[in-house]
Design a protein around this ligand. Structure first.
Ligand SMILES: Cc1cc2nc3c(=O)[nH]c(=O)nc-3n(C[C@H](O)[C@H](O)[C@H](O)COP(=O)(O)O)c2cc1C
Ligand code: SF4
Length: 503
């Protein structure tokens, strides 16, 4: 007989503790949890960090590729090192990024990374002093559930995890459920290539994030609060633990739990994340039902992004309007990540709706002659530099057939071959597809192979049905990964047709 769910939730942490998936480890976990060995193999082999064995991991994401990750891999292998190429390490601002055998970042970058200087008027103020007075939590207790939701509504805060869904609707939705057991989950998985804002927020302003999560728990009536933190983020997880200690009595009304990711980009998708927390393969669920009604362990669950939670203290202390007024075309300030061909990659807090030029100005200017940019992570595809005046916000980019997503902006200058850039992005999606929908599983591999064939032979024939395949992927996929995976290729072919002519 299978043991209860709670034991299954121990499977992945136990495998991690034992050093990964091996016959011996799987047997031991089965003995300790009562979960069948086959199920443990099934879950464990889904996650790259549970493969075990020390190795250097070099990122081959877009920003790292254009800053020379292929050369770094070749150099390390020439020295006899064991190297694994991975899709993303969340370190695009020190490209080409690499982790050593003990998972520490080693700096291989010539670029200078940076953040917005301290400014108390900014809602997130990454460079500012941490504040453990938790005045916003005290204010929240005064305002009560309805007052907090009203302030959120006035602020216009849209979720910062990618979809831009209004925060107040989600909070109200969870609070209004009949089931008395509810959970709050912070999505700190951050694995979209080009994105590293949650990393900086956890390192620098965990105080704000934790306070926002406590306020959320107050509103939705949760006793248990979870962090789902990307597996590679060791320093960040330590920073959050330290912040919880410093928050002390302010947060003692809740049970705080940590769940470390194990190396699967798809677990950033909220339902895949919940599956993973329950000890299973991180495969997205069919929606509806949405997590606000059927989430962790089937209970109403508020899943929100690190930055979304971190915005909340400012809103309660200064009022919704003050937050809203920080925006340019849409409400609030926004943490933009920028990397690629610019001088100072990093995280910049700007009015939501800033343009590319405004962001690049904050980031020390362009490196070379800009040609294209990817405005919101791999999922947002590419835009030509002629679109540099489009506001980097949710609606403006949607109008261009792109998206703000995680606001991970990558600038490409005219030295980049756009067919290669599309090939790199497709490789990422092929590697990270969870494989449960045929259009996504087969489509990502097919398109990647077709672009590779074109690059090998110079003959564009293999690309003639790319648009049809892209359409099938968009229509036939369960989650956002498969729906947008063809976009980088489609955009590159649309805006840079010369890069796809006979060579
Ligand atoms: C493929 C995929 C990956 C995602 N990765 C992340 C992620 O790393 N972090 C995140 O907060 N949201 C991610 N999301 C969005 C989440 O599903 C969810 O919308 C978000 O956590 C909700 O938080 P918010 O309302 O604060 O935006 C991802 C979505 C998809 C489709
Ligand atoms: S679209 Fe792709 S990643 Fe998403 S559930 Fe389907 S196979 Fe998995």
């Amino acid at each position: 007989m299978l043991k209860k769910t709670a034991d299954r939730e121990h499977v992945l942490p136990l495998l991690e503790e034992l050093g990964g998936v091996t016959e011996e480890n799987v047997r031991r976990v089965a003995e300790q949890t009562g979960v069948p060995e086959a199920e443990i193999w099934g879950a464990g082999t889904f996650y790259t960090l549970l493969k075990g064995g020390p190795r250097i991991r070099v990122c081959n994401g877009l920003s790292c590729r254009i800053q020379g990750s292929d050369q770094l891999v070749a150099d390390l292998r020439a020295k006899g090192k064991e190297v694994e190429e991975v899709s993303c390490l969340g370190q695009c601002d020190r490209a080409p990024a690499a982790l050593d055998e003990s998972m520490q970042v080693f700096d291989t970058s010539k670029q200078q990374r940076s953040i917005t200087p301290a400014d108390d008027k900014l809602p997130l103020n990454l460079g500012g002093e941490q504040d453990y007075s938790f005045a916003a939590l005290a204010k929240a207790r005064e305002l009560g559930k309805d007052g907090i939701i009203k302030a959120l509504e006035e602020s216009g805060l849209q979720g910062r995890g990618g979809a831009g869904f209004p925060a107040f609707i989600k909070w109200r939705g969870v609070a209004g459920q009949a089931d008395p057991v509810r959970y709050v989950v912070c999505n700190a998985d951050e694995a979209e290539p080009a994105t590293f804002k949650d990393r900086e927020t956890m390192l620098r302003r965990s105080d704000k994030m934790i306070e926002g999560m406590a306020i959320a728990a107050l509103v939705v009536g949760a006793k248990d609060i979870y962090f789902y933190i990307r597996g590679e983020f060791n320093a960040e997880a330590a920073a959050v633990q330290e912040a919880l200690k410093r928050a002390g009595d302010h947060v003692k009304d809740w049970n705080w739990h940590f769940h470390r990711g194990h190396g699967a980009y798809i677990c950033g998708e909220e339902t895949a994340l919940l599956e993973s927390m329950e000890g299973k393969r991180g495969m997205p669920r069919l929606k509806p039902p949405f997590p606000f009604e059927f989430g962790f362990r089937g209970k109403p669950t508020l899943v929100s992004n690190v930055e979304t939670f971190a915005c909340v203290p400012y809103i309660l202390l200064n009022g919704g309007k003050a937050f809203k007024d920080q925006g340019k075309t849409e409400p609030g300030s926004k943490l933009y990540c920028i990397s690629g061909h610019i001088n100072k990659p990093g995280v910049y807090e700007l009015p939501l709706g800033a343009t590319l030029d405004e962001l690049v100005e904050a980031a020390g200017g362009y490196e070379g002659t800009p040609m294209a940019f990817s405005p919101g992570g791999a999922s947002s595809g590419f835009l030509p530099i002629s679109k540099r005046d489009v506001p980097l916000d949710f609606k403006g980019l949607q109008k261009e057939g792109s998206m703000l997503g995680s606001a991970g902006v990558v600038v490409l200058n005219d030295t980049v071959d756009m067919a290669k850039a599309a090939q790199w992005q497709l490789e990422f999606f092929e590697d990270e597809s969870c494989g449960q929908c045929a259009p996504c599983r087969i489509g990502t591999r097919y398109l990647h192979n077709q672009v590779s064939k074109y690059l090998e032979t110079g003959d564009p024939t293999p690309l003639k049905n790319a648009a049809d395949v892209g359409w099938e992927m968009e229509e036939g996929s369960i989650c956002g990964l498969g729906m947008v995976a063809a976009k980088p290729l489609e955009n590159a072919m649309q805006y840079f047709p010369k890069a796809f002519e006979k060579r």
